[in-house]
Ligand binder design. Structure first.
Ligand SMILES: [Zn+2]
Length: 327
């Protein structure tokens, strides 16, 4: 399921014109919709298999696949009244059905419906490849987030904050966060997305599909993870947290727009202070020079007066020749 209570900022992956030019293949979705939502249904029916490519790559759900059932629900439907308003969509992995509430899909920054659909479709594909055997929630959501959208600044900032808030969290605790309050759930999504990304960086892009395939063969998740990566799940989760708590976890937070402005303001204040200090020092130096000059002048005056005085005394002792008494 995808909770939109702050956990998810969707950046839709643009479907390039190149994808539209490719030959038509079996549609990945079959859609049921009330008449009012028929225009939305038409858009989803028009999607080609390329739409699901990121999810198929990630999960390894290749080969001939049954289309995924999508049911569009109006806000006036009984289902909409049963489901909390912050749930914009959910996937029933057992039946491979996605329920979407288009009125609840985010409309900013882009059309949020398609990334949402891709996110839920990833859950369906995870279920298919794992043959409906259990996988941890963080893994399932992390894959759906990775396939469903891009990784924006805001996500990274949120992720950095989530890591800092999650000191002492173990992998098993992470799944429990999904059942907590809105702040916990938001943190759980951010961590799940970050952890899957981190493991992909470490173990390569094939790690999720290898793990899912092993789960599908009947291995318990941690064993499947070990077979796919060579690592031990608990150790890797611990290492992930240790890595993320290092400086790099702060970098996204430090490069956010707000932080950049704050930094620029601080730099400006610093520059003004430096300039003022320089000005003050210059004034002080000038004043010191002036004082030294005045002192030197005073001393020179005193010396000159002293010399004149001495000359007068000498004059008294040795009067000029013409004043010498004539013998
Ligand atoms: Zn989800």
């Amino acid at each position: 399921m995808l909770l939109l209570a702050g956990a998810v900022v969707l950046f839709s992956v643009p479907l390039g014109a190149a994808a539209a030019a490719l030959p038509a293949q079996a549609a990945p979705f079959v859609v049921k919709a009330p008449p009012a939502l028929e225009p939305v249904a038409q858009r989803i029916r028009a999607l080609t298999p390329y739409f699901l490519e990121p999810a198929v790559d990630l999960t390894g759900a290749t080969g001939s696949q049954e289309p995924i059932r999508v049911v569009l629900m109006e806000e006036s439907s009984p289902m909409a009244k049963q489901v909390p308003p912050w749930y914009s969509a959910f996937a029933d992995e057992a039946t491979g059905t996605i329920v979407l509430f288009p009125a609840r899909a985010p409309s900013y920054p882009d059309d949020g419906l398609l990334p949402l659909l891709r996110h839920e479709a990833t859950h369906v594909l995870v279920g298919r490849v794992a043959r409906h055997r259990p996988v941890p929630r963080w893994f399932d959501e992390g894959l759906a987030m990775t396939a469903g959208r891009e990784w924006g600044f805001e996500d990274r900032t949120r992720f950095a904050m989530a890591v800092l808030a999650a000191r002492g969290t173990k992998g098993s605790d992470l799944d429990r966060l999904f059942d907590g309050g809105p702040a916990d759930v938001s943190r759980a999504y951010a961590l799940a997305g970050g952890m899957v990304r981190d493991f992909i960086d470490r173990f390569g892009p094939a790690f999720p599909r290898r793990t899912l395939a092993a789960v599908g063969e009947g291995y318990e998740f941690s064993e499947a993870f070990h077979r796919a990566t060579g690592g031990y799940l608990n150790d890797e989760v611990w290492r992930f947290f240790r890595r993320q708590r290092s400086l790099e976890a702060w970098i996204p937070a430090l490069t956010s727009t707000a932080a950049v402005w704050a930094l620029m303001t601080l730099l400006a204040i610093w520059a003004i202070r430096v300039a003022r200090r320089r000005e003050r020092l210059k004034r002080e130096r000038l004043a010191a020079l002036e004082a030294a000059r005045a002192e030197a002048e005073a001393r020179a005056r005193e010396e000159a007066e002293a010399a004149a005085e001495a000359a007068r005394k000498v004059e008294k002792l040795f009067p000029p020749d013409d004043e010498l008494p004539v013998n």
